[in-house]
Design a protein around this ligand. Structure first.
Ligand code: GDP
Length: 194
């Protein structure tokens, strides 16, 4: 995918701020620190477009990145940050629910989990949530440089089992090594073409 143009159109707090140009969206979700910002930056070939978290659990906005004037990457707020206050948890829930209930252009969700670990309960909930809203999900396994290639299949099956994920593939990505992006891009192009 040739990225000619990326524009952060808005960091939205509520639905009337969402773009309404009808362009299709794919969204990215995951626990704080899973490598979501790094993965988005890597997919877009940009160094520091999406904020790499200095203040995990703080961002409660939905960032809409317009790519090549053709579609959006939607960066949803991370979850599962241990020190998140009750109020911010509630706010996170509100922001997410509002998006899922109003996102008529959302085509697909990428759920990011760390390749090294069994997904946590909040990942399981996030996955069920997407299934409940009837939005197709693909799981991306981040930080794939942290394990050997030979260990991928085992890691994928641990992830699948915990999430009850029946999608075709778990897709590895390493923001550090910049690997895995071609396969994910082919998948994204496929999503928009169907
Ligand atoms: P976010 O909170 O999900 O947006 O996560 P970040 O992108 O801010 O990354 C969290 C931490 O994981 C940072 O210290 C990153 O440098 C590190 N990280 C992210 N992606 C990778 C990766 O592919 N490989 C390795 N080894 N570290 C990564």
């Amino acid at each position: 995918m040739k990225i000619k143009n990326v524009e952060l159109v808005i960091s939205a707090m509520k639905k009337d701020q969402y773009p309404d140009d009808g362009l299709p969206e794919v969204a990215f979700v995951g626990r704080s620190n899973v490598g979501k910002s790094s993965s988005i930056n890597t997919l877009l070939g940009r160094k520091s477009l999406a904020r790499v978290s200095q203040n995990p659990g703080k961002t409660r906005t939905i960032n809409f990145y317009k790519i090549n004037n053709e579609f959006y990457f939607v960066d949803l707020p991370g979850y599962g940050y241990a020190k998140m206050s009750k109020d911010s948890r509630k706010e996170w829930g509100r922001v997410m629910e509002e998006y899922f209930q109003n996102s008529k252009d959302l085509k697909h969700i990428f759920l990011l989990v760390d390749i090294r670990h069994e997904p946590k309960e909040d990942d399981v909930m996030m996955h069920s949530y997407a299934v409940h809203y009837n939005i197709p999900v693909t799981v991306i396994a981040t930080k794939s440089d942290k394990i050997s290639r030979g260990a991928y299949q085992k890691a994928f099956s641990v992830i699948r089992k915990k999430l009850n994920y029946t999608g075709e593939k778990v897709m590895p990505i390493s923001a550090l090594k910049k690997t895995g992006t071609d396969e994910i891009w082919s998948h994204i192009i496929n999503i928009f073409e169907n």
